[in-house]
Design a protein around this ligand. Structure first.
Ligand code: NAG
Ligand code: NAG
Ligand code: NAG
Length: 264
């Protein structure tokens, strides 16, 4: 009798505790953190689902997923990151904080990272991805109090985002009111023969306090002449890259290069 009563009380205590916690912990994307019915849970919480962004700077072979370490984390969080295609075996990607290991591609491909906050982000690399294949991603944060998962389905085509072109140079064409802009493709993009890139240029100038901007249509060459510019005026030039068929997103713009045309 005594034992049964005791089990019953404990059972209801546990159910109540779990229900209370779950009702307070439903996250915005609908994932439900799992909470162990342990002691000591009062002041400390399980992690929130990680806010994951994935992109492919090297279509189709590789994608990166990144998420911030939550601020003011009391309990250390470990992350388990897995991905699988339908009916395929589950593959692991091994998350690491970006301040410890060098990034596999230029820093520019990490959205929101500018070096001001080390340890701010986790990164994991998804390799061997197949074209036009739906993958399921599961990134789960685990601490002593429980776990929470970010679940996402993607095809690598959806998340293409090259890095910006590098080595952008801008020269005045001698004797002409033109600028010659040259650049190199982003080195992180691994196969430009099978999966070519195209580029866009945008240039800005200021005329008596009024800003002007021109963005050229995409083209495949890695140089371009900007014609019919004004003597003595300064131009600010940027280049971005995108997959030739227009998959996914364009890269960020390269850092601006400023050139002033000769007066005559
Ligand atoms: C770096 O990131 C922080 C926080 O997002 C932002 O406030 C700051 O302006 C950024 N600095 C640069 C140089 O982009
Ligand atoms: C996500 O991964 C975690 C940790 O491996 C696992 O416990 C959980 O069941 C997974 N969720 C789904 C929906 O596969
Ligand atoms: C960019 O310029 C540097 C220095 O001139 C050079 O070492 C590097 O190979 C260039 N990168 C590309 C992709 O052309």
């Amino acid at each position: 009798m005594y034992v049964q009563h005791c089990v019953c009380v404990l059972f209801w205590l546990c159910v109540c505790a779990v229900v209370t916690l779950l009702s307070g912990e439903l996250s915005s994307d609908g994932t439900v953190p799992t909470v162990p019915s342990g002691e000591n849970r009062a002041e400390r919480d399980p992690p929130s689902p990680p806010e994951v962004r994935c992109w492919s700077p090297s279509y189709p072979f590789k994608a990166l997923c990144s998420w911030p370490e939550p601020p003011q984390t009391q309990l250390p969080i470990q992350y388990i990151a897995t991905y699988s295609m339908k009916g395929g075996e589950i593959q692991q990607c091994h998350p690491y904080p970006t301040s410890v290991h060098p990034l596999p591609s230029p820093e520019s491909s990490l959205p929101g990272v500018n070096g001001s906050s080390p340890w701010a982000r986790w990164l994991c690399v998804l390799k061997g991805l197949k074209l036009y294949t739906s993958y399921k991603l599961n990134i789960t944060g685990v601490n002593r109090m429980g776990s929470a998962s970010h679940l996402q389905a993607f095809t690598v085509e959806d998340i293409v985002k090259p890095d910006p072109p590098v080595n952008v140079t801008v020269q005045v064409v001698p004797g002409k009111l033109s600028l010659l802009v040259k650049w190199a493709p982003p080195p992180s993009w691994s196969d430009r023969t099978l999966f070519p890139l195209k580029y866009q240029i945008r240039y800005h100038w200021d005329n008596k306090g009024t800003p002007h901007e021109i963005t050229l249509d995409p083209f495949e060459d890695t140089k371009k002449v900007l014609p019919r510019l004004s003597p003595g005026r300064s131009y600010l030039v940027q280049v971005c890259s995108m997959e030739l068929m227009g998959l996914g997103q364009s890269s960020d713009w390269s850092l601006p290069v400023t050139v002033t045309m000769p007066a005559h």
